[in-house]
Design a protein around this ligand. Sequence first.
Ligand code: G6P
Length: 601
Amino acid sequence: MCGIIGYTTKKNNSVEVALAGLKNLEYRGYDSSGIAFSTPDGLKMVKAKGKISNLEEKLKSMDTTSSCAIAHTRWATHGEPNETNAHPHKVGKITLVHNGIIENYATLKKELIKKGYTFASETDTEVATAYIDYCFSLEKNKLQAIVNACKAIRGSYAFDIIFEDEPNTIYATRKDSPLIVGYSNEGNFAASDISAILAYTNKYTLIQEGEYARITSSVVTFYNENLQEISKEIKTATWDAAQYQKNGYDHFMLKEIYEQPKVVQDIFERYFDDCTYSDIDFTKFDKIHIVACGSAMHAALIGKYLLQTYAKIPVTTEIASEYRYSESLITPTTLLIVVSQSGETADTLAALRLAKEQGAFVVGIVNAVGSTIAREVNKCIYTYAGPEIAVATTKGYTSQVAIFSTLALNAMKQKGLIEDENAIKDELLSIKDKLDYTLSLRDTYLDIAKDIYNHNDLFFIGRGIDSAICMEGSLKLKEISYMHSESYSAGELKHGTISLIEQGTPVIAIATNDNLFEKTVSNIKETKARGSYTIFVTTDDHKDCHFEEFADKTIILPKTSDFTQAILDVASLQLVAYETAKLRDCDIDKPRNLAKSVTVE
Ligand code: G6P
């Protein structure tokens, strides 16, 4: 979490550019922010609690003429969000911004206190700053001091560092947190990701672990940890700055919801055109582990259903933060699939590294091109959903589900389990129209939002694949509207949770799975008999069913196969969540306490 950007320029607008870049990193955390910039009187530092707009406000009244700045937007880990804990931190001759967590900060802090250092904040970052300063006091070579400090530091970090006597030069390095260097004619950058700098350049280099960059306005030099100069490839980003605009939508989330028909259609077209995943031999694997976090885990649950039901391969899913510390029982015939929109999620990355060490073949389903997970897996399947800015994922999730559909199809094909591929192809390629229709039902979603937005508790129930859909619908609602919502397998409700159903408690019940339709309806009737206010989500092939017996409101979606139904269902629930959050006046794109890219454990 946290976003950092450093910019050193031949001009004097470093503060303006760093701030503009920082705003594009706000998805990484936004509880406080800060900037340090060079002036003829030394480095100036300004920090503010809350969003970056608060920092901007403070800077308005200041002279911000400067040719070098480092800036930070924070998602608090050590210490509450306040100005003292906000970055940059300055100790002795060192000022820096940091993304990551210094795990051994307590030990280093004790060591430094003995040497006379004092600390103002509760952060691990101030300790890292002091440690670099300490190393610099012993070793006058700046790069060597950073290398020495990094050897003592345990944990994850991306650092942009300024030394007091060299205020227009940025030193940068990273471990387990992303950092890129960007190049423009007017100056050079070191930022958490390409979105921060795309308005100025699309030329960038990834800093790899154990590499150090010295960045001036005209030259960037890379070193390995033996301080030998190394040459690095300059890449060109394909995403452009326009993709980071709302393009007339009220929120990024809404824009991204409406991008889904194209994103998903493109995935299916690509699959049938040229992408057969022939380099993944599904006949070789007797089991699949799917590992992910958050919504990516919910997409994994759909993947499990498809791979197990149709390709007949046993699949287990586990959230990455548990998988990495469990007995995973990987064998040479285990396929590991990791799923990550950002490609940077710390737990997912750790799980993939662990599995690779144990000899597993790892496939990644990733959106962010060139991200760490994308680079480290044996085979990366990109979703190519384009940049996702809203913290609550929408197109990220549906594109992952679409990739799982194609993976299951491919596995079925390899195992000779497909009877009529053309019929499946026709159905998959008709997704865009059906999804367009689903997204056109805005009045229905708003009407439902009006019914539920005043309630404190809500339940989602469903069976089979519908139960996985419920989990994503419920997460979306709580993430952005702060309503308490729980997702339950419909058959499980009566084993305890049904005690929470009172007169008027909203229950969103999903029944799109034909085999289980009647059973789910029975479960809905059980909640209805206890007073629930029921919103029933089903497909148009059931439209003659007597909904009025148990449903107060209905959402009727186009019927598709299991390979795409989840995409339609979740898209409708995304809009219910969106309309509800709007009525509750929530900050939809930046919900409290969350961050989009979770680069800490
Ligand atoms: C965060 C985001 C979620 C996302 C999860 C996993 O919690 O807010 O939307 O699903 O991380 O992120 P990833 O980038 O690995 O898909």
